[in-house]
Design a binder for this molecule. Structure first.
Ligand code: 5AD
Ligand code: SF4
Length: 471
């Protein structure tokens, strides 16, 4: 049993991470023979990609996927800690599984992901959720086979969560969700320590993958016919800062662009590490998509300081304007939190003003949610929830107005669209995404799925476009 420890999780050592090759122990190859698994994923793209590794590891062990958790022999929850509501969803599911386990005591229940790294969650599992049979954390994803086998051999609850990040694991198997679009990790962890954010504790210190490993993975994807890669990290712009050589995100983007993968996306960018060189590289290469996710969080410099964001409203706007000027037709999306402790009406109005200036193409908006052990969770918060909800509603109304306006500007354009699949219930046959990451629905042959085609935009809605394929 190894339990999480916050003190250890907040330490940032200068030690360089060592690379290690994944290998499934021979004795685990038959563990899942004639058994099925159900994997439920909560949270961000990072978790989705971890789940692609988890699925592949389970399948290497002989487990087969089940669509329905009630029929599976193994149920695994890959959890998220970012806000309370993600937390509650996972605990709600554990509640349901308690009943299932009473009916079917032989099923195996596991929990992993960010919640596994939380001291409070593990205490709750130890005291109130004996039906959870095994737990592993974000730093020992690759040890899933070992942790699972330990439980299966002993029938005792097995918890293995490392608080300190270990080696950087390469060569993990992966079962990709899409045959056209792939996630590629470039950097793990985060050293920014925004005061509201739990991620630096659940995902550990910043660790960049070696450029050779990233480029090799992408070259293979190109050979397999992939059309798009999304370079993933909590803060991709910090890529390379922990490596020995002088090689940063701008260099990596340029090298990835040269692989000839048709489309490159990356997320998430912290405004702090966004260099001029990066902006130039994005502008220069046609296969780097002109869609940037640039979370602002608040339009008030006073609140930004309390959030530990390291920029002011003015410096964010300066960067924003520079990107807009240098990269023609770029679309910029953002994340905004309302109701951070101490946010006054004036601060909120500044956020609205910033939105009016930026006219974001997309925005994810949230009410602040206090997270265990974060500095912001210790701040006094006098704003009633109703006020926060009203602010969120007002903000959503404003951002939606700009989504629609931006979409309307696209009407009449011919856009390059990666066709992703059939619309099961919609009015049109197909859907895909434009270069600037806009969802577009249109009629066409299913033979275009997985290809990049020209589509003329004929109508705009708040969250999507309607189009007509150009023959
Ligand atoms: N409360 C609300 N939103 C949060 N986010 C991160 N932590 C919190 C929190 N404690 C939001 C930020 C971040 C996005 C991924 O989630 O906006 O950019
Ligand atoms: Fe959280 Fe900040 Fe890291 Fe983003 S950059 S994950 S907001 S600490």
């Amino acid at each position: 049993m190894q339990l999480p420890n916050y003190k250890e999780a907040s330490i940032r050592s200068k030690e360089r991470v060592v690379k290690e090759q994944y290998k499934l122990p021979i004795e685990d190859r038959e563990l899942g023979k004639n058994k099925t698994y159900f994997l439920k994923t909560y949270g961000c793209q990072m978790n989705e990609h971890d789940s692609e590794n988890i699925q592949a590891m389970l399948e290497e062990m002989g487990f087969k996927e089940s669509e329905n958790y009630e029929h599976a022999d193994l149920i695994l929850l890959n959890t998220c800690s970012i806000r309370e509501n993600a937390h509650n969803k996972a605990f709600g599911m554990l509640g349901r599984l308690k009943h299932l386990k009473q009916e079917k005591p032989d099923i195996i229940i596991g929990l992993c992901g960010c919640m596994a790294q939380e001291e409070g969650v593990i205490q709750e599992i130890l005291t109130r959720y004996p039906q959870v049979n095994f737990v592993f954390g974000t730093h020992n994803l690759h040890r899933l086979p070992i942790v699972l086998k330990k439980y299966m051999d002993t029938n005792h609850q097995e918890i293995e969560v490392f608080s300190k990040e270990g080696n950087l694991i390469e060569g993990m198997p992966v079962k990709r969700m899409s045959p056209y679009k792939a996630y590629v990790n470039i950097i793990y962890g985060c050293d920014k320590f925004c005061t509201y954010c739990i991620v630096p504790y659940t995902r550990g210190k910043q660790r960049s993958r070696r450029k050779e490993d990233i480029l090799q993975e992408i070259e293979e994807l190109v050979k397999e016919g992939y059309q798009e890669v999304t370079l993933l990290g909590q803060n991709v712009n910090a890529y390379g800062k922990d490596l020995e050589e002088n090689y940063g995100m701008e260099d990596l983007l340029e090298d990835v662009a040269k692989t000839n993968i048709p489309r490159i996306r990356f997320m998430t960018s912290h405004p702090w590490d966004f260099t001029d060189k990066m902006i130039e590289v994005i502008a220069k290469y046609p296969n780097i998509m002109k869609a940037i996710h640039l979370p602002v969080q608040s339009g008030s410099s006073r609140i930004l300081r309390k959030m530990g964001r390291r920029y002011t409203k003015e410096s964010y706007l300066e960067l924003f304007d520079k990107i807009k000027k240098t990269v023609p037709n770029v679309s910029i999306s953002t994340d905004i939190i309302v109701g951070f402790p101490g946010e006054e009406e004036e601060d909120f109005q500044e956020t609205l003003d910033l939105v009016r200036h930026c006219k974001f193409d997309n925005a994810f908006t949230f009410i602040y949610s206090p997270r265990e052990n974060t500095p912001a969770s210790r701040l006094t918060d006098n704003t009633p929830l109703e006020v926060k909800e009203k602010r969120l509603q007002e903000l959503n109304q404003l951002v939606n107005q700009y989504f629609l306006e931006n979409n309307q500007k696209k009407v009449g354009n011919i856009e390059k669209v990666l066709v992703e699949g059939k619309n099961e219930n919609g009015k049109t046959d197909l859907y895909g995404y434009t270069e600037t990451n806009k969802l577009i629905n249109f009629n066409g042959s299913s033979e275009t799925i997985g290809k990049i085609v020209d589509v003329k935009v004929i109508d705009a809605k708040t969250w999507s476009l309607d189009g007509e394929i150009c023959e």
